[in-house]
Ligand binder design. Structure first.
Ligand code: MV4
Length: 601
């Protein structure tokens, strides 16, 4: 096994990988950009290296900077996580040429599966159903029209290098062919440096089903069942789950076996995902993702298999120690991406902010994959996903109610998150029935319902009230009991001076403030009782300092000593003026309530 692994990523996935390393006894190396100096993955790692400016192209995507960090650290492998360099075959090859191991498939396999027509041809060869269409690139509008005549409109024109919806153009009629072909080629060139495109029959309302694969370098390939990622918004997955509520047992087995066959034919090893479209009881290969995916967690939950650990073991040459029949699907799991976005404003990413409150849920069936902690600043230079909540239960119904409970517990303050949207989905008939397809969010869900959800479950101060003029607002929370019942009361003091809170005995006064942070005006008074001539401790605590000596003249309100009690520094003051005749305590003394501290005559 490796002794030190560099994780070429950030945020929750970097921490996820490091946790696997930790369990395997591997030391961890983080890399970070200037924007991530205080990031969670940096805190988690055993050591960390700055690899450049905030801009990803100058840091997380800089091949040489990452490899150089690995060399400096003496790492023996690089795990890329997802995104950034994870599916970059050239980078994988460079790592292979260094003295570090690439935790992923071979650069050759990545290349074979990265080009869509190559992947389609390979799958077809392996008897894996592909969407009807071409396995060769097309060049002219005439070719597109011929294919469309054969399969019928609509057809999809897809960029060879495509993925995630970029370079995908739908053609509904012959009249649109020229324009859409040109657009697809232009996008392919712009995004993937590859103007080559191909054509498929366009499925109108499919489900997105993907199969998790684990394969070792000894020819063993296992599938870990499917995930359903049909709930997507503009090609961004929002909630993923396993198993799919839309598959029969028979279809499930056939898709799993097809994925296994296809990957075996591709001479693939390490973890991978085979994506399918499913419509009308038929499934069609779409593409292979040659990386660990965001949503791998739900598969881990229902199989009990730690996929990331196996990535490391397989990369170190180990053999998978379980047979296909040993893989058992148990229960149901859902993953909720916690994105810092305002669902009511077209899911606009939060512009920044500080994680004022971060109190994630817990309890049975709850897993949090995250890297942020309360008090952290939100880093907006990369993506908006700050955490993942993964909820697991014995079946889908229980998973839904448990998820509602967990999301209701989740407290995040400081910026908007899509938690209100998730809570809406858990009450949504179509989602709860498991009947949603890939076009549900973009084409069917009523936007007004999203706005209502944000109003109901979103932050109380969604920014509108906050900055009324320059008025100073002091907010204080109190717990009060009324007839023995507990209430929480929030008090907002606007402009006017803060309200003094007085005790009821009224003999001598004191002032309370948190340690260090001195208040400049004494509006909060706590009464310290004296018997007329002696000043007593109002509560049990420790004397921090004594401000007077015997013989001193004091006036009413002068501080005689400072008492620390319940983490607050309390000024103990003389009730009336006079001469200090006795000082009965000194610095560091522990005192009880009612103890006489100083006598004034
Ligand atoms: C399709 C399709 C329907 N028919 N191909 C979108 C992302 C890209 N990787 C492939 N995509 C699609 N390809 C054919 N022949 C529908 C989509 C699609 C989609 C797929 C999965 C999840 C969400 C989606 C949303 C819109 C379109």
């Amino acid at each position: 096994m490796f002794s030190k692994v560099l994780v070429a990523n950030r945020g929750e996935i970097a921490v996820r990988v490091m946790r696997a390393c930790e369990e395997l006894g591997i030391r961890t190396v983080a890399v970070y950009s200037d924007a991530d100096k205080h990031a969670g993955h940096v805190r988690y790692a055993d050591e960390a290296y700055n690899i450049g400016p905030a801009r990803a192209a100058d840091s997380y995507l800089d091949h040489e900077a990452v490899i150089e960090a690995g060399r400096k650290a003496g790492a023996d492998a690089i795990h890329p996580g997802y995104g950034f360099l994870a599916e970059n075959a050239k980078f994988a090859a460079k790592v292979g040429e260094s003295n570090m191991k690439w935790v992923g498939p071979s650069a050759d396999a990545m290349e074979r599966l990265g080009e869509k027509t190559k992947a389609r041809a390979l799958m077809q060869e392996a008897d894996v159903p592909v969407v009807p269409g071409t396995t060769e690139p097309v060049e002219s509008a005439e070719e597109v029209k011929e294919i469309a005549d054969e399969y019928g409109y609509p057809v999809a024109i897809k960029a060879e290098g495509g993925g995630g919806g970029r370079g995908l153009k739908v053609v509904h009629s012959e009249g649109e062919v020229e324009d859409q072909l040109e657009t697809a080629q232009r996008e392919g060139e712009a995004y993937f440096d590859n103007a080559s495109v191909y054509v498929e029959k366009y499925l109108e309302s499919p489900r997105h089903i993907e199969v998790q694969i684990l394969a070792d370098e000894h020819g063993n390939v296992r599938h870990l069942g499917e995930r359903d990622c049909s709930l997507q918004r503009r090609h961004q997955k929002v909630i993923e789950e396993a198993p799919s509520p839309a598959l029969t047992e028979d279809l499930r087995d056939r898709i799993g076996e097809a994925a296994r066959r296809g990957v075996k034919a591709a001479d693939y090893f390490n973890a991978g995902t085979v994506e399918f479209l499913v419509e009308d009881g038929e499934f069609y290969f779409m593409e292979v993702n040659t990386r660990i995916q965001v949503e791998h967690t739900v598969t881990e939950q229902i199989t009990g298999i730690d996929i990331v650990k196996w990535q490391l073991r397989v990369a170190a040459g180990e053999e998978l120690n379980f047979a296909q029949d040993d893989v058992e699907i148990d229960g149901h799991s859902m993953e909720f991406r916690i994105n810092a976005e305002n669902a009511a404003n077209d899911f606009a990413p939060a512009p920044g902010g500080k994680l004022e409150t971060y109190d994630p849920p817990g309890g049975i069936g709850v897993r949090m994959d995250d890297a942020l902690r309360q008090g952290d600043d939100l880093v907006t230079d990369y993506d908006s996903m700050i955490a993942k909540l993964i909820v697991t239960a014995s079946d889908r119904e229980e998973c839904i109610t448990r998820s509602e409970r967990a999301l209701a517990e989740f407290e995040i303050e400081g910026f908007n998150t899509i938690i209100p949207f998730h809570r809406l989905m858990l009450t949504d008939e179509t989602f709860c029935a498991g009947e949603h397809t890939t076009k549900y969010l973009d084409e069917e869900l009523d936007k007004e319902r999203i706005e209502q959800a944000v109003e109901e479950w979103g932050p109380a101060d969604s920014g509108a009230e906050e900055e009324e003029e320059d008025e100073e607002v002091t907010e204080r929370d109190f717990t009060v009991e009324v007839n023995g019942k507990r209430f929480q009361v929030s008090l907002e003091e606007r402009g006017a001076p803060a309200i003094p809170v007085s005790g009821n005995s009224g003999s001598s006064g004191g002032q309370q403030r948190p340690p260090q942070a001195k208040q400049d005006d004494g509006e909060e008074e706590v009464v310290v009782e004296g018997d007329g001539e002696s000043v007593e401790a109002e509560m049990q605590g420790t004397i921090l300092s004594v401000e007077v000596s015997e013989g001193d003249e004091v006036s009413s309100g002068d501080v005689v000593c400072v008492l620390e009690a319940m983490k607050m520094e309390n000024d103990v003051v003389a009730e009336r003026g006079g001469t200090v005749s006795q000082v009965l305590v000194s610095e560091g003394d522990a005192v009880d309530m009612g103890d006489v501290l100083v006598v004034v005559e």
